[in-house]
Design a protein around this ligand. Structure first.
Ligand code: FAD
Length: 316
């Protein structure tokens, strides 16, 4: 069975959930192996094994410190050359996309970014993307080189399938370019203790309907262990940080559950959340366009509905 390489997203060996999702997807395509860059591979080994990583490639090269995309792309290109994998899966973060693009150029490979699904069909890697503000769904098959795919968070529920993982130290020497061109991407730091918006399994968002008071949205989010998002109207009004904006010009989220509170459902907002697995809206206008999209809708005032919902969740 062909290898499928997964670039591990981690901080100091603490593996992010997206990696478990990518390993789950990789198992559909072949035998998953992880590529770990940075410190503390021992700290990551157990979780990578739990999600079926057969090998864990790692290198101690100093240039592979976190956030350095050029050496990461070089290491992956070397591994693609050595192992001839069926595909390389990379998290769809700004840094991940930078690594993926460089890797695709280096290896002369097809590149698909922001995939929301990846399947193996007749030995081919078939990707699905949601494009043009979600108006179209594109299915593609890469025909050149090793398909490089960046996958959006929450595209697949992580499923464990323990494997005997083998640590494989890679003999890797970065090029002079990798030593000089330091392109860095700062990773978002969530100060609230809530999960990062694009990674969260549940997102509760507030819009203009909050009137600027996000306390009920936050309380409900915290009862569910969710991240908090916002519409552009709320963000532009200065009620919530720009980093929380969901939509075409904000972040694209695809959680298991998305709850839109006091959000009308404009096309630009939908573009950032309509691939969510289950969508719930609370809106006092039963004609609000968001209700065309939802799995469950509550017609009501969010200031009355959300506290009741919070109480119910806390009581469980
Ligand atoms: P509104 O459209 O004003 O809706 C508020 C809703 O709250 C209404 O449906 C109302 O019935 C309901 N409501 C009011 N009070 C209550 C209450 N007490 N309880 C329950 N419901 C209540 N928008 C984004 O969100 N993200 C983007 O990335 C984005 N990018 C854009 C890019 C471009 C180029 C453009 C032109 C626009 C973009 N927009 C984006 C803006 C978008 O078009 C909408 O204006 C915006 O999404 C509206 O936000 P809203 O739903 O919070 O506000």
């Amino acid at each position: 069975m062909a290898d499928v390489l997964v670039l591990v997203d981690h901080q100091g060996g603490k593996v992010r959930k997206t990696t478990a999702e990518l390993l789950t997807i990789a198992r559909r395509l072949g035998e998953p192996s992880s590529v770990f860059v940075g410190d503390n591979v021992d700290g990551a080994k157990d979780i990578l094994a739990r999600y079926g990583s057969a090998k864990i490639y790692h290198s101690g090269a100093a240039e592979l410190g976190e956030f350095l995309v050029v050496p990461q792309a070089e290491l992956l290109a070397q591994l693609v050359e050595q192992t001839r994998p069926a595909a390389v899966l990379i998290p769809s973060t700004p840094e991940g996309k930078e690594v993926a693009a460089r890797l695709a150029v280096k290896t002369g490979s097809a590149l698909v970014t922001d995939a929301v699904d990846v399947q193996g069909e007749d030995g081919k890697v078939v990707t699905t993307q949601s494009v043009f503000a979600g108006s179209y769904t594109v299915r593609s098959t890469g025909t050149t080189g090793t398909v490089v795919v960046t996958v959006k968070p929450n595209s697949a529920p992580p499923q464990q399938q323990p494997a005997q993982s083998e640590l494989v130290a890679v003999d890797f020497t970065p090029s002079d370019l990798a030593r000089t061109a330091r392109i860095t991407a700062s990773k978002p730091k969530e100060k609230s203790g809530r999960p990062e918006l694009t990674e969260a399994a549940i997102v509760v968002s507030g819009g203009r309907g909050t009137g600027g008071d996000f306390s009920k949205v936050e309380d409900f989010a915290d009862s569910l262990g969710a991240a908090v998002g916002a519409s552009r109207a709320a963000v532009d009004a200065g009620w919530y940080p720009h980093t929380s904006q969901v939509g075409q010009t904000g972040k694209q989220v695809s959680p298991q559950l998305y709850v839109a509170c006091g959000i009308s459902g404009a096309i630009q907002h939908r573009a950032g959340m309509q691939t969510s697995k289950t969508i719930v809206a609370v809106n006092k206008d039963e004609e609000a366009p968001i209700f065309e999209l939802v799995d469950f809708g509550v017609v009501g005032d969010l200031f009355s509905v959300l506290p009741q919902a919070t109480e119910q969740v806390k009581g469980r």
